[in-house]
Ligand binder design. Structure first.
Ligand SMILES: [Zn+2]
Length: 331
């Protein structure tokens, strides 16, 4: 309560805005995933990355009212010194490629004139399947098994919710280092061991190509989020190259336009980018790439390793995260 009052006092005093001005210009690239009317209905697969629709709408109204929504292309040109940005510039981005991005988020964005960028996990769109972290979350939460044998024959108890979560995170650390067919082999093996898997209709939560095209035709940016959602900083260079190149190629064929924006998946392990991945993403033909490191995008930053800001799950939380990010905080 006291903390809340302190935050409110800081926000209304103007101190943060002043600090922001002293800190110089930058853009806050916000990272969203999913927007749903009833987040509880898919909590066992998507977990905590869903924004309830009314909160998302309130957050977008805040951006339109108190900040300056700009496009990712503008930020790319700002970072490389070709263009100026307005004060308090914000960019809305979505990772993974959920159908609700098209169905729920786009109408709100368009009503308010907020441009956004949507990063698509190509194999998930084509196979009608959720990204693997959601598949594993579901299996670990729903399994009737009492234990699971992980790497190096380590036995994980699955009795309590906490133990299930710990085993799930260990599995994520392992799968995050795998891509393509090998990743699929290990994920389906774990699903088999746990004796339960996400129902096939959960694939309807992913966009189809028609919806991806609809976003692009609506004036929004669509970019790649890899083929199979590995942590690119933790896979071999051949796998990383394939994820970058093949996802771009397939997206371009389906939307009939150039794809020059990329988002590094961060399913587990940190960081999710390094010098090699930025070089490979440039070689593949990308012009910008966003990470999950926190902070603003600033002039002369590497455009292939742009920081982002987490939006929080409330309107006040978003205002606080933005004001403190503009004031120079990088958490
Ligand atoms: Zn992702």
């Amino acid at each position: 309560m006291i903390k809340q009052q302190l935050k409110q006092a800081l926000l209304s005093s103007g101190v943060l805005r002043l600090a922001g001005r002293l800190h110089g210009k930058g853009a806050a690239i916000l990272m969203y995933h999913s927007v749903l009317e009833d987040p509880g209905s898919v909590a066992d697969s998507l977990g905590g990355m869903i924004h309830p629709r009314p909160i998302f709408e309130g957050q977008m109204e805040l951006l339109a009212r108190e900040f300056h929504p700009v496009s990712l292309d503008q930020v790319g040109r700002f970072v490389s010194g070709e263009e100026e940005l307005p004060e308090r510039a914000v960019v809305v981005t979505f990772d993974d490629g959920y159908a609700d991005n098209f169905e729920m988020a786009m109408p709100i964005l368009d009503r308010l004139g907020v441009p956004a960028a949507f990063y698509v996990t190509v194999d998930c769109v084509e196979s009608r399947r959720l990204p693997w972290p959601s598949r594993l979350r579901y299996s670990f939460r729903k399994t009737a098994r009492k234990e699971w044998k992980g790497e190096a024959a380590k036995v994980w108890n699955l009795g309590s919710e906490r133990e299930r979560e710990a085993a799930y995170l260990a599995a994520c650390d392992r799968v995050a280092m795998l891509a393509g067919a090998e990743q699929e082999r290990v994920v389906s093996h774990i699903e088999f061991d746990l004796g339960t898997m996400l129902p096939a209709e959960s694939g309807d939560l992913m966009m189809n190509w028609g919806q991806v095209r609809g976003l692009a035709q609506g004036g929004h940016i669509v970019g790649s989020h890899t083929m199979t959602h590995p942590n690119l900083a933790h896979v071999g260079v051949e796998d990383a190259r394939r994820e970058l190149v093949e996802s771009k190629r397939r997206m371009e064929a389906h939307i009939n336009a150039k794809v020059v924006h990329f988002s590094y998946p961060c399913p587990a392990l940190f960081p999710n980018w390094n010098e090699q991945t930025t070089e490979e993403s440039q070689r593949a033909g990308y012009e910008t790439a966003v990470t999950t490191s926190s902070g603003l995008a600033r002039r002369n930053d590497n455009p292939l390793a742009l920081k982002r800001v987490r939006p929080s799950k409330t309107v006040d939380g978003l205002r606080w995260n933005l004001e403190t990010a503009f004031a120079g905080r990088e958490v």
